[in-house]
Design a protein around this ligand. Structure first.
Ligand code: AMP
Ligand code: MG
Length: 419
C-alpha cells in the first residue's frame, strides 16, 4: 500500500472541501413541485410567513382566559363568554371576569393568561382558581407572532424538505414549492464478468448487482440515477462509455480501479483530461476508491465530479455512502453534506485482525429498542469479504472500527453509519 494514501479523516476532509466549493459554485436549475411530492427535495427559495405565526394569540389549553392579577386572588369570577377553536377572536374580557376557552382558540383581548380547566373549581356560571395554584401573565398563551412575523424568512434555500418543513409550508399556504432539480448521476458498471440481471451467467460470469444497488443508493440520496450499459474491460469500451456519461452531473464508475491487469478505468479517465483528488484511501473495504473531476465544455467551463468505486458490492456501497453521497448532496443544492454517523452500543466483543492504518467499515446490524434510555445495539454480521451480498443484505449499517483498534469490547460506545 502506498504510504502516501490519505487516511479516512483526510479523505473525508478533502471531500468536504470539494462539497463546499461545489455548494458555492453550482446553482442547480429550479423546478416547481406540489407540496405532496416535495419530501426529500431541496428547497430552492426562501419560505416566508404569509401572516403572523400564530396569527392571533392562541390558547394552548382548555380552560379560562383571564387576567393573572385577578385570578391569583382566588376569588369567584363570573364567566363572561366562550370561544372555541375556529371561532373569530371575541371579547374584550370585562373587568373581574373570565372567558371560557378551548385549545387553539383566539384569546379575547384584555386576557393575559389561561388557567387550565383542571386547576379551577366550577360553580353555576363562575369559577374559582384552586387555592394551591399560581399563574403568571403569558402562561398557556402563544402570543400573536411569537413564532414569526408576516414576511419573516422561515426556511432558507438549501434545506432538505421533510415532514416538518412540509407542514410549515402548508401552514403558510404553499401548495407548491420551488426546489432544485435532482442531480443526474450516470452509473457505469465495468467488468468482462458481468451479465444482465435477467441473463443466466455462463461459466465465470456474475450478474451485475452494482447497477441496481447504486441506482437505489442514488435515488435514496435524492438524485436521479441513469444506468448506462455494462462496459467491457477494454480501453475502447471504456472510452465509448465515458462519452455517454458526459451529460450527467456526476459519474459513478464501478469496478476497474484496483491494481489488476484489467483495471483500466484510471487510464481511460486520464485520456479525457481527468484530475484526480485521490486514488485510494486507507479504509477497508474500499481502499482503491478514486475521486476526481473531468473537464466539461460550456460557458462558463465546469467540471463533472466522478468516483471510481471498487467493484466489490460492499466496497461500492460503503465508499458511495462515505464519500460520493456528501458530494451528491452539494450538487443537489443541500446544506447538509456530511455522512450521518450515529452512536450505538456494541452488543458483543468484536475482534478484528489488526490492519495497520486502515479505518474499517464493517457490515453490521443495528437493533433499535423502544426504550428511551438505551442506545441502539450493534453487532457485525458474519461475512466472507466485501463481495458477500448475503451478509450485506443482512446488515443495516456499517460499524466503524478506528485505525489500530483490533479489539472492541461489548458494551462500548461505537460509531455506525446507517445504510
Ligand atoms: P474490480 O473492482 O473490477 O476489481 O472488481 C472487484 C470484484 O467486484 C470482483 O470480484 C468483481 O467480479 C466484482 N464486481 C465488479 N463489478 C461488479 C458489479 N457490477 N456487480 C457485482 N459484482 C461486481
Ligand atoms: Mg473489474
Amino acid at each position: 500500500m502506498p504510504s502516501d494514501l490519505p487516511g479516512y479523516e483526510q479523505a473525508a476532509f478533502l471531500v468536504q472541501q470539494h462539497a463546499r466549493a461545489i455548494a458555492q459554485r453550482v446553482r442547480p436549475p429550479i423546478e416547481t413541485v406540489d407540496l405532496a411530492s416535495a419530501a426529500g427535495r431541496v428547497l430552492a427559495s426562501s419560505l416566508r410567513a404569509d401572516d403572523d405565526q400564530p396569527p392571533f394569540p392562541r390558547s394552548t389549553r382548555d380552560g379560562y382566559a383571564c387576567r393573572a392579577a385577578e385570578i391569583s386572588s382566588h376569588v369567584l369570577l363570573p364567566i363572561a363568554g366562550s370561544t372555541h377553536a375556529g371561532q373569530p377572536p371575541a371579547g374584550p374580557l370585562p373587568q373581574a371576569s373570565v372567558w371560557e376557552i378551548m385549545t387553539g382558540a383566539p384569546v379575547p383581548g384584555g386576557a393575559d393568561c389561561v388557567v387550565m380547566l383542571e386547576h379551577v373549581q366550577k360553580f353555576e356560571n363562575a369559577i374559582q382558581f384552586a387555592p394551591a395554584r399560581t399563574i403568571a401573565a403569558g402562561d398557556n398563551i402563544v402570543a400573536q407572532a411569537a413564532q414569526a412575523r408576516r414576511g419573516d424568512e422561515l426556511l432558507q434555500s438549501g434545506v432538505q424538505l421533510g415532514p416538518a418543513q412540509i407542514a410549515l409550508a402548508a401552514s403558510c399556504g404553499y401548495a407548491e414549492l420551488q426546489v432544485y432539480r435532482r442531480p443526474r448521476v450516470a452509473i457505469l458498471t465495468t467488468g468482462d464478468e458481468l451479465v444482465a440481471i435477467n441473463a443466466t451467467p455462463g461459466p465465470g460470469k456474475i450478474r451485475n448487482s452494482n447497477a441496481p444497488m447504486l441506482a437505489a443508493l442514488v435515488a435514496k440520496s435524492g438524485a436521479e440515477p441513469i444506468v448506462l450499459p455494462i462496459a467491457a474491460d477494454t480501453a475502447q469500451a471504456l472510452d465509448e462509455a465515458l462519452t455517454q456519461a458526459a451529460h450527467a452531473d456526476m459519474l459513478l464508475i464501478s469496478g476497474g480501479v484496483s491494481a489488476g491487469k484489467y483495471d483500466l478505468v484510471e487510464p481511460a479517465l486520464s485520456r479525457i483530461g481527468a484530475s484526480f483528488h485521490f486514488t485510494g484511501v486507507k479504509i477497508q473495504p474500499g481502499k482503491p476508491l478514486v475521486f476526481g473531476e473531468l473537464p466539461r465544455s460550456g460557458e462558463p467551463p465546469s467540471t463533472q465530479v466522478f468516483f471510481g468505486l471498487p467493484g466489490n458490492p460492499i466496497s461500492s456501497a460503503a465508499t458511495f455512502l462515505l464519500f460520493a453521497s456528501p458530494i451528491l448532496a452539494a450538487l443537489a443544492g443541500s446544506n447538509e453534506v456530511h455522512p450521518r454517523f450515529v452512536l450505538a452500543q456494541l452488543a458483543r466483543d468484536t475482534d478484528r485482525k489488526a490492519m495497520s492504518g486502515l479505518t474499517r467499515f464493517l457490515p453490521a446490524f443495528c437493533t433499535f429498542t423502544s426504550s428511551v434510555n438505551a442506545l441502539p445495539q450493534v453487532a457485525t454480521v458474519p461475512w466472507h469479504g466485501s463481495g458477500d451480498l448475503t451478509a450485506f443484505a443482512h446488515s443495516n449499517c456499517f460499524l466503524v472500527i478506528p485505525e489500530e483498534a483490533a479489539h472492541l469490547e461489548a458494551g462500548s460506545t461505537v460509531r455506525i453509519l446507517l445504510h
